[in-house]
Design a protein around this ligand. Structure first.
Ligand code: ARG
Length: 458
């Protein structure tokens, strides 16, 4: 493609280090679509003849059919998907093929193809996240009343409902979806027509190509358009954040599936056994979701470091933009699917959760709140009184509500019989009915709102 200036061809090493076809062949659909949009515009503008434009478009269609049927062959002499397609076009239609690259460069071509690919990727992730949200909301609805310990510092803190806990992840995924939607909206500008870096002297219609490829508008600065990879970084940032959320959920499932917790049985279909210990059922899928988050964050780091020192405009370093995005997208898609399956089919052991919530003095705050509400004790003092009650219960090895009224009144005479109504885990969650709180009534409202937002009502 550029032999005119050279006396010798590239060495084998040069061919190998230079080639991106092993990975950028994944862009073939986008490459064909962008070339078809470009040549249709060249024809409409009279930059190439109508007949050449038609011949080229037909050739591109044939090549697409070949790729569909046989895949894209990797020939390292033809560096990338753009060259493979153009050289095949020349084989099919002869010299007219040489007119396709008029007023275009691989720099604006690759920027356009990759944007199209990442735009699709955002949509695929969004669709997967909706399924995960549906699973979370369905299970949250089933468990609006199921009591479990809520933790801070991984120490029993206050009882919460399992539904509330699952909806916390619904919220994280809701924000993740908005990040992908936001990234998608920001990348909705078409670089095609920026040419190598400076624009072109040919009378292009950039609105036409942008429109044909479903972009909102053409990019406004040719230098920026060919050197910008923000769209890929936006995708990776959203992916890293999302993977981080999935990893936290995975970590909780791993903990909950362990024998000391025993809060959940994960589906057999997403677990593995041990070759030596017959009793084992390992939460491998969850562990790999946790592990993949590390790799996805690595992909983001990789591209940020690649981009950070590059002068305008295109530099070949930028060819390394694709592998981390492709890798992250594959890992994220699998992670979302695995997590959706685990949430949908997990067996939550609500008896174990309830028993754990009843241990650990998780309703101590309720005793303090009762003193504030019913006996007008300042909270700090109520906190102190409750601490003494916990100390006494602990020394006797019993739960708070197993202390007798006399024992409690010895600590503070303002306590009366009604306090026992406040010390159960059920009353503890029921009373936390502030907006956004864990009370079953609030959880049911949030489930209904989420179902409506996800269009799950039917
Ligand atoms: N294979 C290249 C890439 O993926 C295409 C752009 C090459 N442009 C150039 N001027 N060498 O980045």
């Amino acid at each position: 493609m550029w032999g005119g200036r050279f006396a010798a061809g590239p060495s084998a090493i040069m061919r190998e280090i230079n080639a991106s076809i092993p990975f950028d062949k994944a862009l073939w659909r986008q490459d064909i679509a962008a070339s078809k949009a470009h040549v249709a515009m060249l024809g409409a503008q009279g930059i190439v003849s109508a007949e050449d434009a038609r011949t080229i478009a037909e050739g591109l269609d044939r090549i697409a059919a070949e790729y569909e049927a046989n895949g894209v062959s990797e020939n390292l002499d033809l560096e990338d998907i753009h060259m493979v397609t153009e050289s095949r076009l020349a084989e099919l239609i002869g010299p007219a093929a040489g007119r396709l690259h008029t007023a275009r460069s691989r720099n604006d071509q690759v920027a356009t193809d990759f944007r199209l690919w990442v735009r699709d990727a955002c949509e695929q992730v969004e669709a997967g996240l909706v399924e995960l949200q549906r699973a979370l909301v369905t299970r949250a609805g089933e468990h609006a009343d199921s009591v479990m310990p809520g933790f801070t510092h991984l120490q029993a803190a206050q009882p919460v409902t399992l539904g509330h806990h699952l909806l916390a992840y619904y919220e994280m995924i809701r924000r993740d979806r908005s990040r992908f939607a936001d990234a998608r909206a920001r990348m909705d500008e078409c670089p095609l027509g920026s040419a190598a870096l400076a624009g072109t002297g040919f009378p292009l219609d950039r609105d036409a190509t942008a429109n044909a490829l479903g972009f909102a508008r053409p990019t406004a600065n040719s230098l920026d358009a060919v050197s910008d990879r923000d769209f890929a970084l936006d995708y990776l940032q959203a992916a890293a954040q999302c993977a981080l959320h999935l990893s936290r959920l995975a970590e909780e499932l791993i903990l909950w599936a362990s024998q000391p917790f025993g809060f959940v049985r994960l589906p057999d279909a997403l677990s593995t056994g041990s070759s030596i210990m017959p009793q084992k059922k390992n939460p491998d899928a969850a562990e790999l979701v946790r592990g993949h988050a590390g790799r996805i964050i690595g992909c983001l780091t990789s591209l940020m470091v690649t981009m950070k020192g590059l002068p305008l405009a295109y530099s070949k370093d930028m060819q390394d933009d694709k592998p981390p995005v492709f890798e992250a997208h594959g890992l994220l898609g699998l992670s979302i699917a695995a997590m959706t399956g685990m949430i949908a089919d997990a067996t939550f052991r609500t008896d174990r959760m309830r028993a754990a919530a009843e241990l650990g003095y998780a309703t101590a705050t309720d005793l303090a709140d009762w003193l504030v509400r019913e006996a007008d004790v300042p909270f700090r003092e109520a906190h102190h009184i409750t601490g003494s009650a916990v100390k006494l219960a602990e020394s006797k090895g019993v739960a708070l509500d197993a202390l007798s009224l006399d024992q409690l009144r010895e600590i503070d005479p303002r306590i009366d019989q009604r306090v026992f109504g406040a010390l159960s885990v059920d009353s503890s969650v029921a009373v936390r009915a502030s907006y956004g709180g864990t009370a079953p009534v609030r959880v049911r409202e949030q489930v209904a709102a989420a179902r409506q937002a996800l269009d799950m009502e039917s």
